[in-house]
Design a protein around this ligand. Structure first.
Ligand SMILES: Cc1ncc(C[n+]2csc(CCOP(=O)(O)OP(=O)(O)O)c2C)c(N)n1
Ligand SMILES: [Mg+2]
Length: 308
């Protein structure tokens, strides 16, 4: 957020409040499974080996961030809403045809469940019993659209019924519960029983992205209430009660996190920017004529080099 506010990063999508949902997903998956994220599931991705500096590169407008560390068979960030559901179903179809015990896993938002791609992916996964888990991260908002005007269904998990697949709802602020629900769903996939929809109920504590100002459309009271249920407070309490967690260990952890974040920022800021031509070079084997002109124009206006 600080990088974006100081002009060193493009738009950024925060994951604040979603940590338990995302980490629960990553923790349950195996390396050989395939993750098809949307755009804020860093907790799942870090678990799978994506680096913080990759995330910064991507949101800094550098496509090399998409070529992240971690499993090379995972999909890159996906902004066209819900299309990642089809990517995960496609990967799962490949695994099934090859007889491999691997699962596709995707995340879609509450808003994304109104899209055709979501239903199409669930439908094909249901009828072909594909090893795929659709995780709906229900954070109650789709930019400025609240869940109450998004859908008339009582839960998002019940949308699974239309595809003839199991749907479960889980407390998305409880990392243990999310991991458990995911493990069950992945086991179903691996044992040939087909897909599952997991609805993780949570709350988007941040603005949608740095290009948004949520105070214009939602009550601060609602946000403050949700903040009391956020997943880190709860995990801390649980660990204090059961695992010997204390202030000293927490201070050490926070210092280590700060060190890692600082190192990632340093890596990002010192990565030389790509030449302006790069954004044209890797899409077509033969350029359409208008693109050639645009490329020439971009090169003409290219600023002097330097970092991000
Ligand atoms: C096909 C498509 N339509 C519209 C958009 C613009 N858009 C970006 S994010 C978003 C809202 C998504 O809300 P939700 O699915 O609940 O996910 P969240 O951001 O809350 O995690 C929209 C409409 C888009 N990226 N793709
Ligand atoms: Mg949402």
């Amino acid at each position: 957020m600080n990088l974006q506010r100081t002009g060193k990063l493009g738009t950024y999508a925060s994951c604040l409040g979603h940590e338990a949902a995302h980490v629960g997903i990553g923790a349950a998956m195996r390396e050989e499974d395939c993750f098809a994220p949307m755009y804020r599931e860093y907790g799942a991705q870090f678990w799978r080996g994506v680096k913080m500096s990759d995330v910064l590169l991507y949101w800094g407008g550098d496509e090399r961030g998409n070529d992240f560390a971690g499993p090379a068979h995972d999909f890159p960030w996906c902004v066209p809403i819900a299309t990642q559901c089809l990517h995960a179903a496609g990967a799962a179809l490949a695994y099934k045809l090859r007889g491999e015990k691997r699962c596709g896993v995707t995340v879609v938002g509450d808003g994304g469940t109104s899209e055709g791609h979501f239903y199409e992916a669930m439908n094909v996964a249901g009828v072909r019993r594909l090893p795929v888990v659709f995780v709906v991260v229900n954070n109650k908002w789709a930019i400025s659209v609240p869940l109450s005007i998004q859908t008339a269904t009582r839960t998002l998990a019940q949308k699974a019924i239309a595809a003839g697949i199991p749907g479960v709802q889980v407390d998305g602020n409880d990392v243990v519960a999310v991991r458990h629900a995911m493990e069950e769903a992945l086991e179903r996939g691996r044992s040939g029983e087909g897909p599952t929809l997991v609805e993780a109920v949570t709350y988007r504590l941040s603005d949608h992205t740095t290009a948004d100002d949520a105070s214009r459309y939602r009550d601060s009271e609602e946000v403050e209430e949700a903040r009391e249920l956020e997943p880190l407070i709860r995990l801390r309490q649980y660990l204090r009660d059961t695992g010997g967690w204390n202030d000293e260990r927490e201070a050490e952890l926070l210092a280590e996190c700060q060190r890692q974040v600082d190192a990632a920022v340093e890596t990002y800021l010192s990565t030389p920017v790509q030449a302006a031509g790069a954004m044209f070079d890797y899409m077509f084997s033969e350029w359409p004529e208008p693109l050639r002109d645009q490329r020439d124009n971009a090169l003409h206006h290219e600023p002097e080099g330097g970092g991000h």
